[in-house]
Design a protein around this ligand. Sequence first.
Ligand SMILES: *[C@@H]1O[C@H](CO)[C@@H](O)[C@H](O)[C@H]1NC(C)=O
Ligand SMILES: *[C@@H]1O[C@H](CO)[C@@H](O)[C@H](O)[C@H]1NC(C)=O
Length: 400
Amino acid sequence: MAPKLPSPLFPLLVFVVLTLLFLHSSLLSSPRPQPQNLPRPPSCNLFNGRWVQDPNKPKPLYDETCPFHRNAWNCLRNQRENMAAINSWKWVPDGCALDRVDPTRFLTLMRNRNIGFVGDSLNENFVVAFLCALRAADSGAKKWKRKGAWRGAHFPKFNVTVAYHRAVLLANYGWHPEQSAHAGEVKAKGVYRVDVDIPADDWAHIDNFYDVLIFNTGHWWGPDKFPKETPLVFYKAGKPIAPSLEMLDGFKVVLRNMVNHIQKVVSRKTLKFWRLQSPRHFYGGDWNQNGSCLFDKPLEESELDMWFDPSNNGVNKEARLLNNLIREAVQGSDIRVLDLTHLSEFRADAHPAIWLGKKDAVQEWGQDCMHWCLPGVPDTWVDILAQLIRHSFESQRLGH
Ligand SMILES: *[C@@H]1O[C@H](CO)[C@@H](O)[C@H](O)[C@H]1NC(C)=O
Ligand SMILES: *[C@@H]1O[C@H](CO)[C@@H](O)[C@H](O)[C@H]1NC(C)=O
């Protein structure tokens, strides 16, 4: 005979069961610290998302006293307006979590390993943010210099080196003045010879010193740096390429050759990234036409195409154009794309603008709506890169 519950006890039993269920589910859903050794799911795309203002966002990991700053980007020292607002925005990827870099944990993971950046000043902007953030875990960090390395630091507590090699076109290039008819007399004009198949000296000899490499190029590939009167002329195997190439076709050939070179000489074990273009935010004219970026908040998503879609022919259209060529060039290689463009497109508010720390700099050079204030947007680039590196090394260690 089935036991029958005495009816007065039944409501109590229901209550107890419901309470247990509630406790169980709230324990499961309560925020718990992330298990320290579990990698993030690899499917997570950190590059799509939105910026949200977060009053509880922790303060940046460094301030104007970081010894690795470059003056023109040290916006705290240069007393740029709105620095607190600039750093109150947090990048929130769609459907996955982005953690702020934990310098101690990151450097512990990287012990006895090295990270190298190769490219133009936008990669330098990136590395300065990285050095200043990591220094929070090792105040004994020392400036580090090698042949070709422009800027870097060694973190002695962890025996980690992070450095930047300046190579604005990645390929080797040099100025060749035009010889005039009279022997020995040199005219002002000439050409820049680019050897598409030879890496610039600044990074040609890095061998396998680095365990992680981050490449970029693109910001110099325009008529600002190389106008028609002093153009780039492309050479391969020591001979001029014929017929001669337009700048963007030369860009494609250099990309292909540099990617091949990296595949040939850099170990498969080295984790390789190619970072995409950093968008500029000149409003009302280009840098030499009084273009300005005195914005006090990020752009709306709906404004981005107007600024950056090449079909709108705005002054900042080149980033997306070059990105397409870069994506094509690295396809099929073991180089991963670090797509920092989209998230940065929003941040018209975060450039040094007129706060350059030097009298007359604006009159002479215009506003800087290309590089980024530090602390600022490059700290988010650092968080993303650190999370990807961590994920990659932790899954190797776990034998995935
Ligand atoms: C520091 O790291 C390098 C690799 O970058 C390694 O060759 C060297 O032995 C390490 N030094 C110490 C003291 O562990
Ligand atoms: C930039 O502004 C200055 C001062 O207002 C003006 O004299 C100059 O003509 C402007 N230049 C351009 C290209 O608009």
